[in-house]
Write a protein that binds this ligand. Structure first.
Ligand code: FAD
Length: 404
């Protein structure tokens, strides 16, 4: 039997971005419905695996810094409202050769925005951060305004607060169709039709499939597999100056990998590969265990981790002192990559009545708090004061982005 629901705004997908959007809308008194195909905080999208890095001196581009600052403020608001600790300030260490993206990119962002970062040469790194086995020509950049965001608790907190503020939440229900329309966009959840003034689409890896035309944006959105591994800590760090920082390390061949302080009282620590070397990226055939380019059908989910993944991550873990070579456990996750690896946030002319946020290219979680504010602004008022111009989904149009 067909059912019809009416509301002001529907949020499709309650992962990192959608959960925060729903909370912001409900908190501001907007009548809103959130729809999630699984249970919030699940492990089948892009937001599971215990921890995400947040850092301010943004190596992906100095132009992100104002948005990260907005995210820090919005995380504080969420923590305050939820009365929960969702962000741990551990500091961050960017490691590599002086001209590597990790070191050079974060240094440039720090310089441009006057951020407090400390440059450390190999000898200083050995003294202060002995976990890392460094080559003599490598350096580090330490930043205090960085740390760990807890993804599953953050999503659960935002959904709980949204409910408490009056949002309706449909879980274990998939949106099967969205009909864009400037005045009356519609969302179908099986036989249930939801009519709204605005629809916010935050469906992560499913987004290119759910929104016609989106998959081809800028030459193609790709969903890729990545694997995280938890390695046993065999010896504690020899320094005692507070928690170990999160880190990202740029290898001489261009592999960019990262890791976290132990989240289980010093038993294990987690590492992952963000980008493989240029050689692997351009190889005709994927190398065993390579964490790059393996396409994923989100309905089937990423291929489970295997021995090749363990060997690939284990080879990187050899760069950490006091860490065993075999992962105790691994999980697979999905990156939704845009061609320029910058996000998609905003309106798209071909999708009237819709606001979208996706293509977070493996570095979006830290911004989820600010994305929630921006999407709620866009849904409610049609515009936002937050600096999201660089994420305009129209940026690949031949006549350039639609808005400044
Ligand atoms: C291994 C890994 C490590 C990462 N590390 C970092 C990091 O250190 N720092 C960082 O900032 N970022 C990191 N990221 C990136 C970050 O986690 C993602 O950018 C972010 O989680 C994406 O959020 P999202 O809301 O777009 O997707 P998701 O959180 O996956 O949310 C999408 C939601 O939509 C739901 N959905 C989909 N289709 C439908 C439908 N039809 N109907 C209803 N619901 C639907 C899904 O079930 C899902 O819950 C990492 C990502 C991965 C995979």
């Amino acid at each position: 039997m067909k059912t019809r629901l009416d509301t002001d705004t529907v949020v499709v997908g309650l992962g990192a971005m959608g959960s925060q959007t729903l909370w912001r809308l409900a908190r501001d008194g907007v009548d809103a419905i959130g729809v999630e195909r699984f249970a919030p905080g699940h492990d089948r999208g892009s937001s599971h695996g215990e921890s995400r890095i947040i850092r301010t001196a943004y190596l992906e581009g100095a132009e992100y810094v104002p948005f990260v600052r907005a995210a820090w403020r919005a995380w504080d608001e969420l923590q305050e409202a939820a009365q929960a600790r969702l962000v741990i300030r551990s500091g961050a260490l960017m490691l590599g050769r002086p001209d590597s993206a990790a070191v050079d990119g974060s240094t440039l962002a720090a310089r441009e925005h006057g951020l407090a970062c400390t440059r450390l040469v190999a000898r200083e790194l050995a003294e202060r951060h002995p976990r890392h086995l460094m080559r003599p020509d490598e350096v580090g950049v330490f930043e205090e305004d960085a740390g760990v965001v807890l993804p599953e608790p953050a999503i659960l907190a935002a959904v709980r607060l949204a409910r408490e503020a009056g949002a309706r939440v449909l879980t274990q229900r998939a949106v099967t169709r969205i009909e864009p329309d400037a005045d009356h966009p519609r969302v179908w959840v099986g036989d249930t039709e939801i009519r709204a003034r605005r629809v916010v689409v935050t469906a992560g890896a499913w987004m290119p499939r759910l929104l016609p035309g989106l998959a081809d944006l800028g030459g193609g959105i790709r969903v890729e597999r990545r694997v995280l591994g938890w390695f046993p800590i065999t010896a504690p760090p020899t320094h005692t100056a507070g928690p170990e920082p999160v880190f990202a390390r740029d290898e001489p061949d261009g592999t960019l990998w990262y890791g976290f302080p132990s989240m289980d009282g010093g038993r294990t620590l987690k590492i992952g590969v963000h980008a493989e070397s240029a050689e692997v990226r351009t190889a005709e055939r994927p190398r065993p265990g390579a964490q790059w380019g393996e396409p994923v059908d989100p309905d089937l989910g990423p291929r489970p981790p295997d021995a090749d993944d363990a060997a690939r991550l284990g080879a990187l873990a050899a760069g950490l002192r006091g860490v065993g070579p075999l992962p105790e456990r691994m999980v697979a996750c999905m990156y939704t990559m845009t061609p320029d690896e910058h996000f998609l946030i905003g309106h798209h002319d071909a999708l009237p009545g819709l606001v979208l946020a996706g293509g977070f290219s493996g570095h979006g979680f830290k911004f989820a708090s600010a994305v929630g504010v921006a999407l709620a602004d866009l849904a409610r008022d049609g515009h936002t004061e937050l600096p999201i111009g660089m994420f305009d989904p129209h940026r690949w149009d031949t006549d350039g982005p639609r808005r400044p």
